[in-house]
Design a protein around this ligand. Sequence first.
Ligand code: NAP
Length: 512
Amino acid sequence: MVLLKTTRAWKGSEIMQEFKMYIDGEWVNSSKGSFIDVKNPATGETIAMVPSASKEDVGEAIDAAGRSFHSGVWSRLSPGERSGILLRVADILESRMEEFVRLETLNTGKSIKQVSGYDIPYTLDNIRFIAGAARTLEGKAMAEYVQDGTSAVRREPIGSIGVITPWNYPLMMVIWRAFPALAVGNSVVVKPASYTPLSTIRLGEIMEKAGIPEGVFNVVTGPGNMVGEEIARSQKIDMIAFTGSTEVGKRLSDLSSGNLKKVSLELGGKAPFIVFKDANIDAAVESAIVGGLVNNGQDCANSTRYYIHESVLDKFKEKLKKRLSTVKVGDPLNQNTDFGPLISNSQRDRVEGYIKKGIEEGGELLVGGNRPSIKGFEKGNFLNPAVIYTDNENSSIVKEEIFGPVFTLLKFSEYENVIKRSNEVTYGLGSSVWTSDITTSMRAVRDLRFGTVWVNEHVVVPSEMPWAGYKQSGHGASLSLYSLEEFTYIKHVYFDLTGKVRKDWYGQIFKG
Ligand code: NAP
């Protein structure tokens, strides 16, 4: 990433408009006057510049969040009032759908088909669910758990929340992390990924228009190792909600220990895709393509380890290769494109490095893994999806998160063995099983140590259901009512029912 001075001239791009930070209800540049280049991964062209925040800017955003929280301007609104404003956000976003689709496509390199058909409509559904859920949050029943008193539980917002998001679903991840926090009355400081900050900044405009009070929703931009760390280190931030790599998640946990702030982590994945011998192979292959290639192969839920029963391995391999050959790699803005570029040159290098390593460690490259030549997109970060077969369970491509379009095929013969191997990774996010046998599927649902198990499907997560990790995929939940609870403290309230000066049990402590 290049840091630039304000004087730099902007050339030749269709976006090239102002992108400022949103702090305390004001649109501001960095106080140190520096910017970050934002590129289109399909062309390598700079499409915008966003401010690179100074420590002081971050401090102002944190203070604004704290002030707004303690003033009660948002936290003391009724759930219905907060819900109404969040619903307005969804309505305005929907009215600006075309603009957001184009912006997200240009900035991420995902196909416009995915962004317009899935990312933005699903994000709208997420917002509307969260807004509705804001009105349902409750403490447990009021009751007498000891003879002379009534107990109740209140759920209350935590305070100022630092939200740090990744580049793979820029808009959706801000919604997943910031909106449950807002729904229950917190204030937030959002730091989007430096590759993809544009839709988050534009979301700030929508928040303003929808009526979010000043200081409740702040956006600061700049490198994670400065801006992100400043947020995590701050004693004035009460909780961090982070979505990103396991490595950075661990760093944020360390930095958060200063004031023991709560940390909610949605981290990496390495999903197994287990095909039993009685599976519908055609259905499994169709889903394998989608599960492996969704979001240009850069999705924490991507199916990555394909454990195929030995009796159907050859059939699966052939069908997968055939279907993969029909996938159209190219210009993300073309409606016919299925698969766009990776987010950056360095990400492509990393994926290519894994393909090389996978082969060195005994894997056989069945197809792909090379750079396509696409006229007019020579500087894009394109890579043809690779399929590698390996018998080496300990290969890096089996154990580590690649975060790119690499299908790793392995074979198995016994149920116990495949479940054990599936579980033997540090991650535990998504997983799927393919079988027509109800007993096998129910056993796998019980035995797989992952936050989601799909049966005869992969990727689908309704807004009402939790998206959560086991092991080093993190802790805490996105979506569902659990994601709102995540951003609350629970408070026990006790009402004395006796009115006595000396309660009966005081004698156990002092006779007086
Ligand atoms: P990343 O490198 O961990 O970055 C995520 C965010 O953290 C970015 O905003 C980044 O800022 C910031 N950051 C980087 N270093 C930091 C530091 N030292 N302190 C504080 N913040 C820091 O992850 P990514 O490459 O953007 O995203 C890919 C990863 O996200 C994959 O591992 C994927 O599995 C995971 N992911 C998980 C989920 C889930 O729901 N579990 C969803 C999506 C993605 P800069 O951009 O400025 O570096």
